[in-house]
Design a protein around this ligand. Structure first.
Ligand SMILES: Nc1ncnc2c1ncn2[C@@H]1O[C@H](COP(=O)(O)OP(=O)(O)O)[C@@H](O)[C@H]1O
Ligand SMILES: [Mg+2]
Length: 223
């Protein structure tokens, strides 16, 4: 197995004393693979992903991530801040102090990678939900991210856009050697990943091959 690009060791985090929070969560995602983090509502998926991203600090434990990291939120309207597609992706590159030409090349490349090559001048408001999520991913591609963390990116999408997005991320992982961790509570999305973690009440209770995990969850929901 290749070196992990995402590592969490014994993470503990509590929002408040009367809630269980995350308990001793450890995980490792091998470099260049597409893994999912599965769990019911309130199981702690977003909390764990935010800890991995450094948006929250654990009470104890360690996080190690290959850099740079990109984060895709459930609601793209919380992420896309500029009036047009091109401006939004370019905005994410400000810190890199590139020349205007370099910025243009990066934006063009990133849009191509998510199959939205002709969209640079398009206003954000004119995009569909699925297109907005692909623009958020393009922002990460433009920054040449090694790691992509996605928090239920399909939650607000219809079925077709949902499938399109998961296939897109699967392809980007394979083509670009990106390591992705995708949070979901939808069992059908498990068909596209290399491996998965199952989170229950703040604990990782199973991991590995997605097929038995899917079966386990389907048996549960059938009861
Ligand atoms: N900002 C917050 N403040 C206080 N409690 C929170 C906050 N965010 C999440 N929680 C609590 O942490 C637990 C896990 O939530 P979350 O990580 O959002 O779960 P999931 O993403 O799996 O639905 C829940 O009990 C939730 O109420
Ligand atoms: Mg969540």
């Amino acid at each position: 197995m290749s070196t992990p690009a995402i590592i969490a060791q014994d993470l503990n985090f509590q929002w408040s004393a009367d809630r269980p929070g995350l308990q001793n969560c450890s995980l490792a995602v091998p470099q260049g693979q597409f893994w999912m983090l599965l769990g019911t509502n309130g199981s702690g998926k977003s909390t764990l992903l935010r800890l991995l991203a450094g948006l929250l600090t654990p009470q104890s434990g360690l996080v190690k991530l290959a850099e740079p990291m990109g984060f895709v939120f459930q609601n793209p309207d919380h992420q896309l801040v500029m009036p047009t597609v091109g401006a939004d992706i370019a905005f994410g590159l400000v810190k890199e102090k590139l020349s205007p030409q370099e910025v243009q090349v990066r934006v063009g490349e990133a849009l191509q990678a998510v199959n939205l090559a002709e969209m640079a001048r398009r206003p954000i408001y004119a995009l569909s939900g699925g297109q907005k999520q692909r623009i958020a991913i393009a922002g990460a591609i433009a920054r040449h991210c090694s790691v992509l963390l996605l928090d239920e990116p399909t939650a607000l999408l219809d079925r077709d856009s949902q499938q399109e997005l998961v296939l897109q991320v699967q392809k980007l992982v394979k083509q670009r050697g990106i390591t992705a961790l995708w949070v979901t509570h939808r069992l059908d999305e498990l068909d596209y990943c290399d491996g998965a973690f199952l989170l229950e009440e703040g604990k990782i209770v199973a991991q590995g091959d997605p097929k038995p995990l899917k079966q386990r969850m389907m048996n549960k929901t059938a009861v």
